[in-house]
Design a protein. Sequence first.
Lengths: 96, 844
Amino acid sequence: MFEKMQRAFWKALTPDLVVDEPKVVAQPVCGLAPNVVAALGGVDNLKSQQPVALTRVRVELRDVVQMDRQALTAAGVPGVMLLEGGVVHLITGLQP
Amino acid sequence: MATPQQLQLLAPLSGVLMPLDQVPDQVFSSRVIGDGLCIDPTSQTLCAPLAGVISNVQASGHAVSITDDNGVQVLMHIGLDTVNLAGKGFTRLVEEGQRVVVGQALIEFDADYIALNARSLLTLMLVVSGEPFTWLAPETGVVESGQPLLSLNPSEVAADERIAQEGEALFSKPVTLANANGLHARPAAVFAQAAKGFSASICLHKQQASANAKSLVAIMALQTAHGDVLQVSAAGADAEAAIKTLAELLAAGCGETVTVVAEAETVVVETSSLKVLRGVCASAGSAFGQVVQIAQQTLEVSEFGESPQAEREHLSRALAAAVMALQQLRDNATGDAQADIFKAHQELLEDPGLLDQALALINAGNSAGFAWRAATESTAALFKSLGNALLAERAADLADVGQRVLKLILGVEDRAMELPDGAILIAEQLTPSQTAGLDTRKVLGFATVGGGATSHVAILARAFGLPAICGLPVQVLALANGTRVLLDADKGELQLDPDLAAIEQLQTHRQQQKKRQQYELENAGLAACTRDGHHVEITANIASLAEAEQAMALGGEGVGLLRSEFLYLDRNHAPSHDEQASTYSAIARTLGPARNLVVRTLDVGGDKPLAYVPMERETNPFLGMRGIRLCLERPQLLRDQFKAILSSAGLARLHIMLPMVAQLSELRLARQLLAEEALALGLTELPKLGIMIEVPAAALMADLFAPEVDFFSIGTNDLTQYTLAMDRDHPRLASQADSFHPSVLRLIASTVKGAHAHGKWVGVCGAMASEKLAVPLLLGLGVDELSVSVPLIPAIKAVVREVDLLDCQAIAQQVLGLESAEQVREALRQHHETTVNTSLVLEN
């Protein structure tokens, strides 16, 4: 009884540490805001996208050149990290 | 000495700033390690923010610290929980002891690998040595690597201090800390900064512990809490001025808005003529014995360790030894309650969150002992700060298990305490570990400053059948060992220096009590009818099948409250329909078709969360989504429960009760759901539907609720706390949050009036129903059913058989006009003495 409550409390306190089921990927394939997708070169330029590391969305682009950094900033993405192989991290901050 | 100059810290990375408070890692956001900043990186090379020597770099390459020539130490930690990557994704470019220039590359990392494999890339830069800083750039937004970010004032105290300490230290008067969360980072920083304005060497003292008042980290490591008594000492030229200024600053809250703790407390300490100390009864009974003070050992730990490798091994060896020791305690435990506590402690030791915190600190160069203590203390502080009584008790567990491991790390041996006979143990807070090794044959009772009815002292005392009082004033800690005291837990009193007559009286009283209990038990099977023939139904509050069986054996006439949430607590997913249905049916079968079974629907909320009902944290859970409010927001949960409860229809006289109802619409909506579920099951007859009266709104509108319910049951605990606006677990208000308060009694009276006008019955299922003193009062107010805690069924039935309803009505009318709970209790005591002849009963 006692430890069960304890577990419930830990769970309530640290929901991010005690994961009891695989988290459903929060955003569907087209979960990025339309203006963000546009700034990345449109849906056709997106190979994949997934939320990672609490504050980021990791996208794979077919053609990095089509990405418009200024448009991303305007779309409310404060940080953009261009990596190898067309991988881009969009820093979107902690999701509520 | 070098002239003090502004030291600038440059951004070690490019990226986006995140306020430190928002970092989802308690160790960092709480600033236990130090204040600083957090960057979500967009570059992959960590550069030196200042020139200095690499004082530590982790083998795993995720953290590095630099110490400059003035002793300023800055720690950089890449990512959260990145220690788990064991070096993968990181390339170290510097060695420990190496001198680096500002901007020099320290660590390269693979951001994509870390993002995909660790919890987060959020990178911390913390000023470990504790110098206050000002920002040179906006505190949010984008930064470029190498951009000046912080300006530090390197302190020059280190050299001065040695000299100043030669002088004699002056001490301030004790100051009771008024800050709600103790001296956490911000007030600690304010205090440290003020202290730095003096040349004297200054210490802040908390009990035996003390800290350099000019060091933010040292002050925070003192782990001060609200209500702690602190002292400032200073030695040096301006010591007197320093003490005056700093003591005033402390009392004023160090920049935080505080309600200044009344001076009265100090006054009380001086009044040594006090004969009685009052607290709250945690376990009933009384005892006469001698004071034995139990103090928690203060352990010294050195902050910095050998290599992280060695310290990690230290920690894991100590943890393994602690788990074994706890296992032994579990195996030798005197009861389930105790064994469960140690099992819970073992589980705490396996908690990954705690371990990660400690490992992160070890990797930052701290010793195993320091890291472990900081991790357990910061988590315990977090528990305490959430304002939840149950969690606050768990903080005591954490402190206990933390101390156990710490002793093992430091090689401090636990000595079994030698107790004199007839010991009354007195402590700030007794931990399970302290009580486990006690020779209970020599202990007569417990008295503590901290803790409440749910604390371990209370649980263990009840398990041992020993009296206990919690919530005593701190003066109790000043009693000399060997002082003769009378512990009267029933009254919540510790009598100092009791006279012989009082002790003899107590002993005869205890014998009478024993006889009385025997008598009650023998007659438990008799009906609860008053002397003038009025029948009152005495039912049980239960939370399990076992309790249902026990209640029937002790003469319970039904179940007045089945706390259904207890069937849900032991899991992290909702129980299946079949599981629920079989539990309800088994309990109903135990009662049989002639007895009432009142099932209260799920009563959970922010104050008692369920793992599989995710809830947002509420600032005031008692006024938040609790009980029926939560259930109506998640109607499927309620429908499923109705369906399961309905499957036991016919096995007992089924009643369903809704908790926390405040609005008629809530009742109507729930009734509609119930009707739909009953229809779906093809039931022709609905079970009885009633509501808990625990919100004053429902009590005041009982006349409007009555036509639409089949019964009311008054939850006096919540009704009292909502009526008086006093948390019943509040350490200082608990004793005032008394259900005997005339305001609560008036609400009960008007509830009964409203119900009876429509021919509905009223029960009381709160703790008040289990109090013998309340029985004539509740009967007199017209209550039809008392649902009591199982072991008390025989006692309450016996009391009913000894009173006249007419007398009860008279005394009830009389106390409704009184002013306070104390007056009501006193009037009831007098009434009891004049009307009930207990000696006559005993002769039978």
